[in-house]
Design a protein around this ligand. Structure first.
Ligand code: SAM
Length: 340
């Protein structure tokens, strides 16, 4: 399989894969290839485990190599036509070309191959070609399509099936007071749900207010807990009540259950898990959550194991838990889930 991730986090991706029994055989900036057949049964009946670092996993990729754009496009087209012969295309399907990061000029070359494959398909299967969408699906998904990943100028992997972790680049909003805004927007996609009109949100460590602002745009009512000031679209926002309190000691009113708990503190992650997340989840003070844990000063893979351990507060109290290294995350994990 080929797994892709944020460039700069490839070693962590390889480490996570090894921990799950996938043996890495090759890697470059933002991708890891694992040995075929090392794990048996990774098919639709036995899906991949829910992984944190991969943004996309190409299943059973076939290697193709050629010198020119024309020859690469011809081989990819052939591979698609051969495998699609008996397939029915009823709706839109993903047509995705990506490449290893940090290789000067590779992106331009890949665009050239992509255009040529598109033209080839229009000639050979015009109805099917019209249904192709050159974008990742929204959310966590396993889909058939055409996936091509270039590891260098002359070599690519072609797959017909891929698994997506839900990460994607989000659009900014000029009123958003921080880049964190992009993370919460992306987290909704991973969870498959976003705050609805009049739902209640507690935002622990809210300033300058990117997450609160994002929830306010959807009409939710937010309690933003932070000693720091709110800014931009979060400042003087009638949907947001700013409470200058300590996130670790802030408590809901008796019998109050927030629809959402957001937590984005620059603090030691175990301290956050034990002294903040644990009381909120164990006592059922919220229905669902988006939490960031910073891994800059700890061993990220050990933290990941702690989060996923059966005795962790997330495993014990929550369901639909997804731990992700988001497209917009830096040295941090985003964890989303719902209370059991
Ligand atoms: C990364 S920022 C949060 C960014 C925010 N999610 C946004 O979208 O703008 C972390 C915030 O946590 C706050 N913070 C750290 N420790 C806190 C505590 N014990 N109680 C309340 N806020 C705290 C800091 O003041 C800082 O504003």
């Amino acid at each position: 399989m080929i797994f892709t991730c944020q460039p700069g986090f490839t070693d962590l991706l390889a480490g996570e894969l090894s921990a799950h029994g996938f043996a890495p055989v090759e890697q470059g900036a933002g991708w890891v290839r694992t040995e075929p057949g090392k794990r048996v049964g990774d098919n639709a009946l036995h899906p991949l485990p829910d992984l944190c670092f991969p943004q996309m996993a190409l299943l059973e990729p076939v290697e193709i190599a050629a010198d020119s754009v024309n020859a690469l496009a011809a081989k990819i087209t052939e591979q698609f036509l051969t495998t699609a012969k008996t397939e029915r295309f009823e709706g839109e399907w993903p047509f995705l070309f990506e490449e290893a990061a940090e290789m000067d000029g590779l992106g331009r070359r890949v665009k050239g191959v992509e255009k040529m494959v598109e033209e080839n398909l229009k000639k050979r299967m015009s109805r099917v070609a019209k249904l192709a969408v050159a974008d990742k699906p929204r959310g966590v998904a396993r889909l058939r399509g055409l996936y091509v990943f270039f590891v260098d100028f002359k070599r690519a992997y072609v797959a017909r099936e891929a698994v997506f972790g839900g990460q994607r680049r989000m659009a900014d909003d000029e009123q958003a007071p921080s880049r964190s805004y992009l993370k919460i927007e992306e987290a909704y996609i991973v969870l498959g749900r976003e705050p609805a009109f009049e739902e209640t949100v507690v935002d622990l460590g809210a300033a300058p207010g990117g997450w609160s602002y994002s929830a306010s745009k959807r009409g939710a009512k937010i309690v933003a807990v932070d000693n720091g000031p709110l800014k931009g679209g979060a400042y003087n926002n009638y949907k947001i009540e700013h409470r200058m309190e300590d996130a670790f000691t802030f408590r809901p009113a008796p019998d109050q259950v927030f629809d959402w708990m957001f937590c984005d503190l620059v603090e030691e992650p175990h301290h956050v898990m034990e002294n903040l997340i644990q009381p909120w989840l164990e006592r059922g003070w919220c229905r669902r959550f988006v939490v960031i844990l910073k891994f800059g000063r700890v061993d990220p893979l050990a933290l990941l194991r702690d989060v996923r351990a059966p005795e962790s507060v997330f495993s014990r109290c929550a369901t639909n838990v997804r731990v992700r290294h988001l497209y917009h995350d830096r040295e941090e994990f985003t964890i989303v889930g719902e209370l059991k």
